[in-house]
Design a protein around this ligand. Structure first.
Ligand SMILES: [Zn+2]
Ligand SMILES: [Zn+2]
Length: 308
């Protein structure tokens, strides 16, 4: 599981940073990629990476500002030309359906794959055996969502050798025990699965937030997350400006990470006003409250290890 930043700028594309798009690479976990936002030229950014658009399974849109969605129709259209045949689901605020329907129909774009568009409300918006995704509204003037992606815990590995030693022969019974079922043997013994399974593997938690002012909901989404990706459009001391423009400072993002007990914070949505050196300053001032901070760069990848 890795987070790959395709665009990390705020508002308008800049040479150093394109507008927002973040890929959550789940290639080992499910052979797919989930995308968060698709600002203009997201597909051009993808051309410089090993990401295959046909691998994109889900696209989560945080909000409908242009710097987060102008790249979406083009990306969906090109995916069709690039051999994408599997279904794509787009999640986003109310209005995302109209936007996609209009841009695809006016441009007479016909997709060779099934596209499902879901206009979300707060709550759990997706769940399967492996993951669930929760959305909450942030504070950005227009509806802007944050997403909490939770990988479910996996049961421990089967201690096959120990079972054999206990005189249990391999077969369907092993699968039952692996699934956590209590098993009655023919000789009348009862096998308690907990005794024959290693420790469960804790799933990871990733919080990827849309543009927002400093808000409680951000901390709820990020609770105990392995990584929080939070915007930092302004520098410390510019809280008033940040408030007026419905954005956050780097320092405020760090406050959220601390309050939520995150393992790591990555700042993104960095204004073009900050060059490389100035953005290092952003990190420094935020570190006063939360030390484990990274700043996103276009094409930067952060891997999220399993906890031991
Ligand atoms: Zn933005
Ligand atoms: Zn915005």
């Amino acid at each position: 599981m890795e987070i790959f930043f395709l665009g990390t700028g705020a508002g308008v594309p800049a040479k150093l940073r394109n507008v927002t798009s973040i890929a959550l690479k789940l290639l080992d976990e499910r052979g797919t990629i989930w995308l968060f936002d698709a600002g203009e030229a997201t597909q051009h950014q993808i051309l410089h990476t090993s990401i295959k658009p046909r691998r994109i399974e889900k696209i989560f849109i945080t909000h409908l500002h242009g710097d987060h969605i102008y790249g979406l129709p083009g990306l969906l259209a090109s995916r069709s030309f690039q051999g994408g045949e599997s279904e794509v689901t787009v999640y986003g605020p109310k209005g995302i359906k109209d936007y996609l329907q209009a841009s695809l129909s006016v441009s007479q774009t016909y997709l060779k794959y099934r596209l499902t568009v879901i206009e979300i409300e707060e709550g759990v918006i997706f769940e399967d055996g492996q993951f669930f995704v929760e959305a909450r509204l942030l504070d950005h003037g227009i509806p802007s969502y944050g997403y909490r992606i939770v990988e479910k815990d996996k049961p421990g590995t089967l201690l096959a050798e120990k079972l054999r030693e206990a005189g249990v022969q391999p077969g369907p019974i092993f699968r039952k025990i692996k699934n956590g079922e209590t098993v009655l043997l023919e000789d009348g013994r009862v096998i308690n699965p907990a005794e024959f399974l290693g420790p469960p593997q804790k799933g990871r938690i990733v919080a990827i937030l849309g543009d927002t002012r400093f808000t409680e909901n951000a901390a709820k989404l990020a609770e105990k997350a392995d990584i929080l990706v939070h915007e930092a459009t302004f520098a410390k001391g510019e809280e008033k400006l940040a408030y007026e423009y419905f954005h956050s400072t780097a320092y405020q993002a760090a406050m959220i990470a601390r309050q939520a007990g995150c393992k790591q914070l990555c700042l993104t949505h960095i204004s073009a006003r900050y060059d490389r050196n100035a953005s290092k300053e952003l990190v420094k001032e935020a570190m006063e409250v939360f030390p484990a901070i990274d700043i996103a760069e276009d094409f930067k990848e952060i891997s999220i290890p399993l906890s031991k």
